[in-house]
Design a protein around this ligand. Structure first.
Ligand code: ATP
Length: 271
């Protein structure tokens, strides 16, 4: 695994949504991740260190399909303008990605969102391959538990050899919380992400975590998987690592800021 992973993720957390001017002048690598729950724009310097970026909750894409094209362009344009203001120069191009297993006809609108926001699309690749640019896993399973889906990728000798994507993700967790507590989906999202509520949340969503564990176990079963790496925003939840490890019987690792792994990996493929 990438020995600099933790340092890079912590840098990303520091710069994302910050507003201080950035003095760096040099080549940049830019990544755009249009997710079901979060849209992320991240800029790396020539050594792949995060220097600026934005992330925002927005429901503009569902499982790789752009459901609000105009809204997506507006949001990305706004993010780009804010980051450019900080950097003092214009961003010309970016890499972006799509979930595995979705037809190209369905995901190609993602590239058009970039173009609509004034960014040339330099690289268009699948999410697990992007995530692994940062993780640098040689052999194992990379599992992206995002907003809408759980994506499983098997890596052998550094290459993605199998992918699957199933419709269970953070949205389902929030729906269960909303149902249990009699609150709206938006309130449940906020409740879920508040660190102070983690034990109460775990008690409500443990069955959904077990479902995620079962999905992972089913897909990795035919392969000799040494280790499982959890990425995506939902992987940061208290208890999920342990549930996945218990169900699969395989050592499971969660990087410090799993939400940022795929966006940074995407940016690393630009330029
Ligand atoms: P997808 O990959 O399914 O298209 P996405 O790219 O938007 O979705 P991510 O950005 O990786 O997915 O993760 C978003 C999910 O992570 C949301 O469901 C969100 O509620 C959840 N999430 C983010 N931060 C936290 C947190 N601190 N605690 C719990 N859940 C979180």
């Amino acid at each position: 695994m990438n020995p600099k992973l933790d340092t890079i993720l912590k840098k990303a957390e520091k710069v994302l949504n910050a507003s201080e001017p950035v003095s760096y002048r040099g080549p940049v690598h830019v990544g755009v991740d249009l997710g079901t729950a979060y849209t992320v724009l991240i800029v790396l310097d020539e050594d792949y260190n995060p220097i600026a970026g934005r992330y925002q909750f927005a429901q503009i894409v569902r499982d790789g399909l752009v459901v609000d094209f105009i809204g997506a362009i507006r949001l990305l344009s706004q993010m780009k303008a804010e980051v450019e203001e900080q950097l003092g120069f214009t961003l010309e191009q970016a890499a972006t990605s799509y979930p595995p297993g979705v037809a190209m006809a369905e995901v190609k609108a993602t590239r058009n969102v970039l173009i609509g926001a004034g960014l040339e699309c330099s690289t268009f690749l699948d999410e697990p391959t992007a995530a692994n640019r940062l993780l640098q896993v040689e052999n194992g399973a990379v599992v992206d538990i995002g907003g809408g889906t759980t994506g499983v990728a098997i890596i052998e000798n550094g290459e993605v050899v199998y992918t699957a994507d199933e419709a269970t993700g953070g949205t389902q967790f929030s729906l269960v919380i909303a149902g249990s507590m009699g609150i709206s989906f938006e309130e449940a999202e906020t409740f879920k992400k508040n660190r102070g509520n983690q034990s109460r949340v775990l008690a409500m969503v443990r069955p959904v975590m077990q479902k995620v564990g079962t999905i992972i176990a089913r897909h990795i079963e035919p392969y000799e998987v040494e280790r499982i790496y959890l990425v995506g925003g939902t992987s940061g939840m208290l208890g999920i690592r342990e549930e996945v490890e218990a169900i699969t019987g395989i050592e499971t690792i969660v990087p410090s800021k799993p939400l940022f792994v795929t966006p940074i990996g995407i940016a690393m493929t630009d330029g």
